[in-house]
Design a protein around this ligand. Sequence first.
Ligand SMILES: [Zn+2]
Length: 157
Amino acid sequence: MSSSVCPSCSNGRKYTKGGFFGLFGADVEVMAGFYEVMIERDFSSAHQLRGYKGKCENLHGHNYKVEIFARGEELNNIGLLIDFGDLKKAADEITRYLDHRNLNELPPFDEELNPSAENIARYFVDYLNSRVGDERVKVYKVRCYETPTSVATYQID
Ligand SMILES: [Zn+2]
């Protein structure tokens, strides 16, 4: 199977000889795509929002859920984007740190960042990319649920 940019146009779309696994028996146009995997993790923590005028400035707790999305255009040599186990292991390093704690006492949420769902989502993205991200695969999105109906997302390009 070979893949190349169509010589008759310059829109960046790729032609694949014979289609995926040669199933179509002829040259077909395929859109450039990417693979995505997602894992979920949860933890229970207390927090209070500094500078917030309302009940969320008081210490209270959430059963947080995070959805962690990784993506990339190429698989590794055994056909995986990323091993689910490796991603879970790295995510568990964070949830172990946050679980059953007051987030306002834990760096970077003690001074640098308010422990909002938005900042927690970004914290996961940055930390996980430092642990498991590389040129091929990136943790590009995390959704942090404070409740089943309230979720904040941080996403990189
Ligand atoms: Zn809250």
